[in-house]
Design a protein around this ligand. Structure first.
Ligand SMILES: C[S@@+](CC[C@H](N)C(=O)[O-])C[C@H]1O[C@@H](n2cnc3c(N)ncnc32)[C@H](O)[C@@H]1O
Ligand code: SF4
Ligand code: SF4
Length: 365
């Protein structure tokens, strides 16, 4: 058993497996792929005992250090989108100091250079005057799985599209939530449809011209009653321009935006936490770091209603193995609290190894 376990761990630690994990885990939470398969992540292992071994290896590995981070380079924004957490947030706004950013990146590099980094929080990354210094540092540090999402409104300015295309990111995401100015601008309040659309095309040209390996992906947040009617036109346009896209369901930011109509999913109430039988897999992936260094367990806790600690004074490892681990243990014991109770995002999401009855409990006790 031990040697098989070690075999799995070695397998998981290898670059390919980590990337596979990260891609699958990420896409099934935030894209329609999890909706289509009802949120159930199925790892290609048929036999229960192998799945248990896999689960054990997975829980042991992820208990040591997280492999996925949201790093909020800024919480400033140029838009006021109708579904965003930002308008309901009471925490202060700001840009992350470069010195803090470097310390965070250095620690991640030391423990998990293949970590999946989302270089955005609740704000627009291109509003951060230090963004390109941060991108330069993260590339030179050697982190390779870095993804940035932008609303695209500033891509036409200051050579931003070319610089972003040249930054070595694994992926650049741009939101385009409509196929006409009228629809797009109802959602992306303060934005202009043409700027986002033309910004996407400019990015694509710069990426092609530099033969870049950076992936370009569009996201269409499906807001029921507002933009569903243009999904087809959007999909056709993407096909004609040879662009990748995903459709994204609304969520409520852990109940912070319960006035957002999240009914892209029928009977959402039933998906609320009360129906959960096991811990949330998101707690085994990583956490959210706000611009000021404060940490919370999950991107859903956009307003830091449940802060876990502060990287201005502590380390990622300390927070992960201390307060975050206590949260993981609570959920293993069936104790659910705080933001997770109001969360509609991943109530039905499973993760690698979560099909096993182990749920990591033997490792955490
Ligand atoms: C908070 S934004 C930050 C990055 C950038 N400002 C942008 O809009 O892409 C990150 C992602 O969250 C998405 N988002 C915002 N509110 C959402 C909601 N209620 N449900 C689902 N996705 C949402 C945005 O569309 C965007 O893709
Ligand atoms: S652009 Fe992004 S951060 Fe800004 S309000 Fe819209 S979704 Fe939120
Ligand atoms: S249940 Fe909790 S950990 Fe899972 S996504 Fe929701 S807020 Fe995050």
């Amino acid at each position: 058993m031990q040697s098989t376990n070690r075999r799995w761990q070695n397998h998981l630690r290898s670059k390919g497996a980590i990337s596979f994990f990260l891609d699958r885990l990420q896409s099934h939470v935030f894209s329609t792929s999890w909706q289509h398969n009802n949120g159930v992540f199925t790892f290609p292992i048929d036999k229960r005992d192998e799945e248990d071994e896999f689960a054990r290896a997975y829980f042991e590995m992820t208990d040591a250090f997280p492999y996925e981070f949201h790093i909020e380079v800024t919480s400033h924004c140029n838009l006021n989108c109708i579904m965003c957490a930002r308008s309901a947030m009471s925490r202060p706004k700001g840009n992350m100091e470069l010195s803090l950013f470097k310390r965070i990146v250095d620690e991640i590099c030391q423990h998990q250079p293949h970590a999946y980094i989302h270089l955005y929080g609740i704000g627009e990354p291109l509003m951060d005057p230090g963004l390109f210094d941060k991108l330069e540092y993260i590339a030179s540090a050697g982190l390779i799985n870095v993804v940035l999402f932008t609303n695209g409104q500033l891509l036409h300015r200051d050579d931003n599209a070319r610089r972003l295309a040249a930054s070595g990111l694994a992926s650049i995401g741009v939101d385009l939530d409509g196929m006409s100015p009228e629809t797009y601008e109802k959602i992306r309040v303060g934005g202009t449809f043409e700027k986002a659309r033309d910004g996407v095309l400019a990015l694509r040209e710069h990426l092609a011209a530099s033969d870049s390996r950076t992936r370009l992906e569009l996201a269409y947040q499906v807001y029921p009653g507002v933009n569903e009617q243009e999904i087809e036109a959007f999909a056709k346009w993407c096909a004609s321009e040879n662009l990748e896209y995903k459709l994204v369901n609304m969520h409520t930011w852990g109940g912070l935006r319960d006035n957002v109509n999240p009914s892209g999913v029928e009977g959402l109430e039933d998906m609320h936490f009360a129906t959960r039988k096991g811990p949330c897999p998101m707690l085994w992936s990583g956490f959210f770091i706000a611009w000021d260094g404060r940490v919370t367990h999950c991107f859903q806790d956009a307003d830091l209603r449940q802060p876990l600690g502060d990287l201005a004074s502590g380390s990622i490892a300390e927070l992960w193995q201390g307060p975050h681990r206590r949260l993981r243990r609570e959920q293993i014991k069936g104790e659910f609290s705080g933001v997770c109770l109001g969360c509609s995002t991943c109530s039905n999401v499973s993760g690698p190894g979560f099909g096993s009855p182990l749920y990591g409990s033997q490792l955490l006790d």
